[in-house]
Design a protein around this ligand. Structure first.
Ligand code: PEP
Ligand code: MN
Length: 347
């Protein structure tokens, strides 16, 4: 259920209703919107609960939530969430552009990439220090050393750093260095990891599992929101189908579909979504046309020599061209690719 407070309900009335919800054995999740405050009441609902809450002071109405996810739903929070961290802003008018290599390979590779993507207009830097690889014999990432390199690249450029955390036991370490914790496609339904990552308070980029439905993605986001972390970005990165012409199939209808159902920003990853350098830029533009709040692309100084995913990475020149096209597309959509204006210490 959602307890919708009246416009102008007092803080005391809101506090009182939070206590009332808890007294009924439900979890109260208040969302303080610009227009009005709503309290999501989560747990087993009974009709008498609804009636009793409806008579509370300052309450406009009590409505049932129909979707299986609650706190992520538009019903609970109609206005879009804008995730802001350092240089990155994603949601509403802001489109975030997250660029960088698949894997952190060396300090030189990372710093040169950070400088190049910043010059072209990227608003955040990506790079994997812990890599989820299909084969245990493939490069597994530089791990802690990779995190240190990412932080050095942030110091050099002021770009917020997005990096993947693979396991609950690494969460504390990764959160110490990163601005955004990425939960990879393979881990979307690792619920303990979702909670542990959420508990750090760092914004989370949650990638869709290649076989996960939209409801499953939103319920995974709900695990993070439920530990009190409101800063979740959903990421469409392609699903597995019978098709073989692309590495995964990138369904862009996901973007407007999710926008109808959730207030959370939606990021699209056309690199993993297509698996081919030549398909990345058109699909990045298409994602912005579909309303994406962020794009994440792999960029490498020399894709041919990359230790992972070179075949889907852009070089610096290609990334510059991608940015120019994406900016035009954003403009058509009345959106802007821009750094977070609230970041105080930009370089
Ligand atoms: C990545 O972004 O580095 C990655 C491994 O992607 P995914 O989890 O979508 O496969
Ligand atoms: Mn990759």
């Amino acid at each position: 259920m959602i307890v919708v407070m009246k416009r102008g309900a007092t803080p005391e009335e809101i506090e009182h209703m939070i206590r009332r919800v808890e007294e009924l054995g439900l979890k109260a999740h208040p969302i303080y919107g610009t227009e009005r405050t709503v309290i999501a009441a989560i747990g087993e609902k009974r009709d008498e609960h609804r009636q009793s809450l409806e008579s509370g002071a300052g309450v406009a109405e009590v409505v049932p939530i129909l979707a299986p996810y609650k706190v992520a739903s538009r019903e609970v929070k109609p206005e879009p969430t804008v995730v802001r961290v350092g240089s990155l802003a994603a949601g509403n008018k802001h489109i975030g552009m997250i660029a960088g290599p698949c894997s952190v390979e060396s300090e030189e590779q990372m710093i040169s990439t950070a400088q190049a993507v910043k010059r072209a207009g990227a608003t955040a830097l990506r790079g994997g220090a812990f890599k989820p690889r299909t084969s245990p014999y493939s490069f597994q990432g530089l791990k802690e050393e990779g995190l240190r390199i990412l932080a050095a690249a942030r110091d050099e450029t002021g770009l917020a750093v997005v990096t993947e955390v693979l396991a609950a036991e690494d969460v504390e370490l990764v959160a110490r260095w990163a601005d955004v914790l990425q939960i990879g496609a393979r881990n979307m339904q690792n619920y303990r990891l979702l909670e542990a990552a959420g508990e750090t308070g760092r914004p989370i980029l949650l990638k869709r599992g290649p076989a996960a439905t939209m409801d499953e993605l939103l319920l995974a986001a709900e695990y993070i929101l439920n530990v009190g972390n409101p800063n979740v970005m959903l990421c469409e990165r392609g699903i597995r189908t019978f098709e073989t012409h692309t590495r995964f199939t990138l369904p862009l209808a996901t973007v407007p579909y999710l926008h109808e159902r959730t207030h959370l920003p939606v990021v699209v990853d056309p690199s993993h979504g297509t698996g081919h350098t030549n398909l990345v830029v058109p699909m990045a533009c298409a994602a912005i046309a579909a309303g994406a709040d962020g794009i994440m692309v792999e960029v490498h100084p020399d894709p041919e020599m990359a230790m992972s995913d070179g075949y889907q990475s852009l070089n610096f020149e290609q990334f510059g061209e991608a940015m120019a096209l994406c900016r035009k597309m954003a403009d058509c959509m009345g959106r802007q690719i821009m750094v977070n204006e609230e970041a105080s210490s930009q370089k």
